[in-house]
Design a protein around this ligand. Structure first.
Ligand code: ANZ
Ligand code: ZN
Length: 856
């Protein structure tokens, strides 16, 4: 090998050059149409909100998806890897207020900036499939789905409570309520207002959404659990208590108080009935009692504050006695009626029977207010035996038999539930029910920057849907955003005033826009056919690509987005557009990016800018660090030193490949030796020791990375394995130079190294690939296949002595280090026998040769 001058690795020149080459060849990352014999693979990262800047969480998410997409391309798949923008939403309106830029302009500028960042990172997206949700060619299909769902009874309008800030004079999303106050007015308590709101009837699919989770075994268990809890299916019984004496009001409302309980077997232990403060009966009970009304209002206030700060479960329990009594339908027992702040109006029936002996919350409440605590279950360890013990109250288990329950004494809890349900049904005072915690999805937003809801209000015909041929209902562009509040669209006469599609008379448009979660509920279907102007997408195209093979995103979307998009999928299926029941076969949720002990975020002031990192160390090093610093499912603690370390490693690779590239090129040209493909070689064929050791390490590395991609994606260890491999290459430099490692083997070692790095460092590998004289795209090269014969470790036999006498032979891999030798010697059966329980005072290890254990 001739004198070599030190060549520097300069990502700042290499990377932009390749970026230009790729930009000129957009087909590189595009998927082939259905019909190709290749198997399909749809890999998707969650689309970002175009805030204007990528953050490290994005970089991490996209680096994972990009490595996978590149790997699957190399595995011969037809890969769909698209990207888009979740482009509607409040920040655009706030930005408009702050710096007087129209939301559309602000959003599109941000998109352009972030797209540049993504391209600079070398992310392999097919930009021909880009979807931008704030553009009419996309949001018209939100409107179209709204209308289809309206026809199917899956969209309806009802009065509902919304968060209202009196200073903003507008409705707030739940996310904008912080500790019960407005996010922009920290001391202003958010009020509840009743407004007409549009809802998607997601509860129609509650059972299916729940059951579907059982099949989603490619989803993290924690996400499935969160969804199960969110859906919250609960089997129980509804039972009518009777209001004693009525309300004394003419035409009084309910004389029955229906309660929902999961433990009807405990009904003989019910010592009060508890109503939610907003239960309709409470209004009539307080009608003539100002004092009571006052106290109930205080409960309502507390409940609201607790709800808004999200800690209703932990709420300090308060209540008031109404002065009224209710009768237990099973034994006509008279129990007091209370109103309590821990009872929710929007769950079950908004009323409960309180059983303090067997329910924690009821116990706490009864203790506080001195209500009777009457046990009706006696625990039994084994329900088959009659051995019952005294319960420590509250005793909340169902493993017991009834006591103090009249003719039902000695029934097991389960037997009693069945018997009592039957009696209720026969007596017409109750029935078994299934209750869900999941609520219908309120999609109305009194906002400008969203999809207009395609409905018209006609004074003659009432609510009239916008006909399909009048879609899209365009969001007006010239609009003044003010602090004024209410829906900005209601102040745009050209938008508001229209004609009724039915009678042709004057009418007004709905001025609410849709929740932006609607946009993200189906965007990934649009990627399969983004230019379609006749339909949201061609069902045949969706059919080919769906379900998504791998979806990757943050766990913060475990509930809302990932339930809404499952719901949309089921609706689309029932509309006959698709045949899949679920959007994504596999889901991966990556960990957070941490800096100095806190989540990296603007508010914490600990943000590391991807642009800075790229400028300093290059895109490859930045991306690869994001994969190397932690397993993708764990939190990643960002350390700039680590990025620098990766950059140095890439420099090592760069220099090594450059130094020996001429060898590879001469092999390539047929000038020296014959080309050699180690995948088909046997260990015996590989002549020299140096070659064999290098090829062994290479094939072990190939096997490891291939396994990592198929398994848990521990790319940190994949990259560490490549580092080890490169160390071995460097250690063999002398043998390479001397020709002891034949040129054909050198060529093979270099080629394979570049291929193994390709999913992680696209720029560097493109550069090195061409330096090796290759003209193909690395991305289209087949992924190296591990040769099991070469990868196999040689085993050696090492004698083990106890006090200098040979006592055993242990077998282990040739490369085994001191610690491994010592461990296998100490665990050998024969050695254990010779040691006879004694611990060696000294252990002498000669690696590869001998272990001697000295005992007294
Ligand atoms: C009596 C009882 C006795 C209860 C007992 C439990 C244990 P899940 O499982 O979450 O569905 N409950 C019903 N509606 C409520 C509401 N609107 N606000 C607050 N609590 C409500 O919980 C159902 C149980 O929660 C019901 O069963 C009821 O308390 C309470 F030993 O009834 B149970
Ligand atoms: Zn009309």
């Amino acid at each position: 090998m001739a004198e070599e001058k030190e060549i520097r690795y300069t990502p700042a020149t290499i990377e932009p050059r390749w970026q230009d080459i790729w930009a000129a060849n957009p087909a590189l990352y595009s998927a082939e149409p259905a019909g190709t014999p290749k198997p399909k693979y749809y890999v998707l990262e969650m689309l970002p909100y175009p805030s204007g800047q990528l953050h490290m969480g994005h970089v991490r998410n996209y680096s994972i998806g990009d490595a996978l997409a590149r790997y699957m391309w190399m595995q011969g798949y037809n890969v769909l890897h698209p990207m888009g923008w979740d482009a509607f939403g409040l920040p655009a309106e706030n930005a408009a207020l702050k710096n007087n830029t129209p939301p559309r302009q602000w959003t599109l500028q941000n998109i352009a900036a972030m797209k540049r960042q993504m391209q600079r990172l070398g992310l392999a997206y097919d930009w021909a499939n880009e979807v931008t949700t704030c553009l009419p060619d996309y949001y018209r299909w939100n409107q179209w789905f709204f209308l289809r769902m309206y026809e199917k009874g899956l969209v309806y309008r009802k009065q509902s409570k919304v968060n209202w800030c009196s200073l903003c004079a507008t409705v707030l999303a739940n996310e904008q309520v912080v500790n019960g106050c407005c996010w922009r007015h920290e001391d202003n308590i958010v009020q509840q207002r009743n407004l007409e709101q549009w809802f998607y009837r997601i509860t129609a699919y509650a059972q299916e959404l729940l059951e579907g989770l059982d099949q989603l075994d490619g989803w993290p268990e924690k996400v499935r659990t969160m969804q199960r809890n969110w859906i919250g299916r609960s089997e129980g019984t509804e039972v009518d208590f009777t209001l004693e004496g009525g309300t004394h009001e003419p035409g009084a409302a309910a004389e029955k108080i229906r309660v929902f309980t999961t433990r009807v077997d405990t009904i003989f232990g019910a010592t009060s009935v508890q109503l939610a403060p907003e239960h309709p009966l409470v209004a009539s009970l307080t009608a003539t009692n100002g004092m009571l009304l006052h106290e109930v209002n205080a409960l309502i206030d507390q409940q609201k504050k607790a709800r808004e700060s999200g800690d209703l479960g932990a709420i300090e329990k308060h209540g008031v006695f109404t002065g009224y009594y209710a009768l237990n339908p099973y034994n006509q027992e008279r129990v007091p009626i209370w109103v309590a702040n821990y009872i929710l109006m929007d769950y079950g029936t908004g009323a409960i029977m309180s059983v303090p002996a067997h329910d924690e919350r009821d116990f706490e409440f009864a203790t506080k207010y001195g209500l009777e605590i009457r046990p009706v279950i006696r625990p039994v360890a084994n329900p088959e035996s009659a051995d019952a013990e005294e319960a420590v109250l509250p005793f909340v288990s169902e493993d017991g038999v009834l006591i103090n329950s009249g003719e039902f004494d000695d029934y097991t809890c389960e037997e009693a539930q069945i018997a009592l349900q039957q009696i209720a049904v026969r007596g017409g005072f109750g029935e078994p029910t299934v209750t869900f915690r999941l609520k219908d999805w309120g999609v109305s937003r009194q906002r400008y920057w969203g999809t207009p809801i395609p409905m018209i209000n006609c004074p003659v015909d009432g609510l009239v849907p916008v006909p399909d041929d009048q879609l899209p209902v365009l969001l007006p562009e010239q609009i003044e955003i003010t602090q004024e509040g209410g829906s900005p669209l209601s102040r745009v006469p050209s938008f508001l005033n229209t004609t009724c599609p039915k009678c042709g008379g004057p009418a007004t448009r709905e001025t609410d826009t849709m929740d932006t979660f609607v946009d993200s509920s189906w965007y990934f279907y649009r990627y399969t056919d983004p230019q379609n102007s006749e339909a949201p997408y061609d069902p045949a195209k969706a059919q080919y690509w769906f379900p998504i093979d791998q979806y990757i995103g943050g766990v913060e979307h475990a509930i809302l987005h990932l339930i809404y998009s499952r719901f949309f999928t089921k609706v689309m299926r029932d509309l006959g557009l698709i045949t899949n029941d679920e959007p994504a076969r596999r889901l991966f949720t990556q960990g957070m990016v941490i800096k100095d002990g806190a989540k990296m975020s603007k508010s914490k002031g600990n943000v590391v800018s991807p642009d800075d990192m790229v400028a300093r160390y290059g895109a490859d090093a930045t991306r690869m660090y994001a994969l190397f610093a932690a397993p993708p499912d764990r939190d990643l603690d960002w350390q700039e030193d680590g990025v620098a370390g990766i950059s140095r490693f890439l420099g090592r690779v760069f220099r090594f490949v450059n130094r020996f590239a001429p060898v590879a090129i001469s092999v390539h040209k047929g000038e020296v030796g014959t080309a050699f493909n180690s995948t088909d070689a046997t260990a015996a064929e590989v002549s020299t020791g140096a070659s064999l050791a290098l090829l062994r390490k290479l094939h072990q590395t190939i096997a490891k990375i291939t396994q990592d991609f198929a398994g848990r994606w521990h790319f940190n260890t994949s990259i560490a394995a490549i580092m080890e491999l490169v160390n071995e290459y460097y250690a063999a430099e002398a043998q390479i130079v001397s020709g002891e490692v034949p040129p054909a083997v050198v060529a093979e070692l270099l080629r394979s190294l570049v291929l193994l790095l390709a999913p992680f460092a696209p720029f560097l590998t493109a550069e090195l690939w061409s330096e090796l004289g290759e003209t193909s795209e690395v991305l289209r090269e087949p992924w190296p296949v591990s040769n099991a014969d070469l990868a196999r470790e040689d085993e050696i036999e090492v004698p083990v002595q106890v006090n200098g006498k040979l006592r055993a032979l242990v077998r282990l891999p040739a490369g085994a280090d001191k610690a491994m030798l010592e461990a296998s010697a100490l665990s050998d059966e024969k050695v254990v026998e010779w040691l006879a329980g004694k611990t060696p005072v000294k252990i002498i290890v000669v690696p590869g040769k001998l272990v001697n254990l000295v005992v007294k």
